[in-house]
Design a protein around this ligand. Structure first.
Ligand code: PLP
Length: 396
């Protein structure tokens, strides 16, 4: 393990200068022993991401696009391309430019239902984007105007689904058209679109596979009511990752639920798309933080809810897997329950957990927080000056 020290340190220094993440091998403990990082560090495991993406693409009977907001780190996008992914769900110009810079060939789907006219114009004319979603008449008009009334568009009408209560966050209070409005939008879009699709999102971290079956039936009813032919069905994201207190059904069960519902509704010939995020990348990333102070069983960390740990905060209370790291020593076998406090001066920057860690954990120890490949790196803010985090890629 001593050998990894100079190599890793040199490699991180080089990486910081070139803004490309260092490529390391070996156990995380060795990496931390070498780096002794004073600031948070993401450990990205590209091989896990590649493997997850391949598994999803094998199981899903249609085109898989990665929802870029889940983790926009270039190494993540590259790992997905490595897996053979060629489609990406983007929501902003910055995401579009990011993917384009990495791949000229990637197909980009602009699946935010509220876009600026400037973003639509640049997406269409400079980045070859032809696929856009919408949930209002106003957005349909905006897309047509901003693309110079293009005739080669694929337009997706996004449906608002009835709230199921089985996802961590439902999106249908913010996005999607109600059935009658959606049927009317399908008729209007049919007149101007080269291809027409329906899309939905069952909510993120959807723990009930039946949510997809219900969404398919709901879509089928809207399509029937519209009286027009639809060319594509985009079943969105929401496929879950597994967290310590949440065992989720395997991917196959979700795919079977989808296939059964499509057959029952007579939609099984319709080409499909999916926009997974979390399910592809959550397991492929972790965040190493340092304990800056122990106050009873509250550990003050160098990262928090305004950094990479939003989901552990008061809104979602996700209990991520944790492992204590002390490179030059050992921990007691006894464990205790801890809460976390982030580095900012805000009391919302606290994470209730509880997180089970060695009873003798103390200031200066590190903690690897797992399953943070999703909804962490892209959500960091610089509040109170604590935004910085390094990234290293760990292989093998
Ligand atoms: C966030 C988002 C996704 C990805 O959702 P996951 O739950 O991470 O799979 C897909 N599509 C859209 C439109 C989104 O907003």
């Amino acid at each position: 393990m001593n050998k990894v020290v100079p190599i890793a340190t040199a490699s991180l220094k080089r990486a910081q200068q070139s803004s490309k993440p260092a490529r390391l091998t070996g156990p995380v403990r060795g990496v931390i022993a070498a780096l002794r990082p004073a600031e948070p560090v993401y450990i990205i495991r590209p091989e896990i991401i590649t493997q997850k993406a391949k598994a999803f693409m094998r199981a899903f009977p249609g085109e898989t696009m990665f929802a870029v907001k889940t983790n926009p780190a270039p190494v993540v996008i590259q790992a997905l391309i490595q897996a053979g992914m060629c489609a990406f769900d983007v929501a902003s110009l910055k995401e579009i430019r990011l993917v384009r810079k990495i791949s000229r060939k990637a197909k980009l789907y602009f699946m935010h239902t509220v876009k600026s006219p400037e973003a639509i114009t640049e997406a269409y004319f400079q980045h070859g984007v032809r696929d856009f979603s919408l949930d209002t008449e106003e957005e349909l008009k905006k897309i047509m105007d901003a693309t110079g009334h293009a005739r080669d568009l694929t337009l997706y009408v996004r449906l608002a689904l009835p709230v199921s209560g089985t996802a961590a966050i439902d999106f249908s209070s913010k996005f999607g058209a109600a059935p009658e409005e959606a049927a009317s939008l399908l008729r209007q879009a049919r007149g101007v679109a080269a291809k027409l699709g329906v899309c939905f999102h069952v909510g993120t971290q959807a723990t009930d596979p039946a949510a997809y079956a219900r969404a398919v039936s709901f879509s089928a009813a809207v399509i029937r009511a519209s009286g027009v032919e639809v060319d594509l069905l985009d079943v969105g994201g929401g496929f879950p990752a597994s967290y310590p207190d949440q065992k989720v059904p395997p991917l196959d069960i979700y795919m079977q639920a989808l296939k059964d519902a499509l057959r029952a509704e007579g939609l099984d010939r319709l080409p499909l798309l999916a926009e997974p995020g979390r399910a592809l990348v959550a397991d492929g990333g972790s965040l190493v933080v340092r304990v800056e102070l122990r106050k009873g069983n509250m550990l003050f960390l160098n990262d928090g809810t305004y950094g990479g740990l939003f989901d552990a905060g008061p809104l979602l209370n996700t209990r991520f897997p944790v492992e204590a790291i002390r490179p030059d020593g050992t921990f007691s076998a006894a464990t205790e329950k801890f809460t976390f406090a982030g580095p900012t001066c805000d009391s919302l920057d606290m994470m209730a957990g509880p997180f089970v860690l060695p009873a003798d954990i103390r200031t200066g120890d590190w903690i690897e927080i797992g399953n943070l490949g999703a909804y962490s790196q892209g959500m960091r803010t610089d509040f109170n000056g604590f935004g910085h985090a390094d990234t290293v890629c760990l292989y093998g």
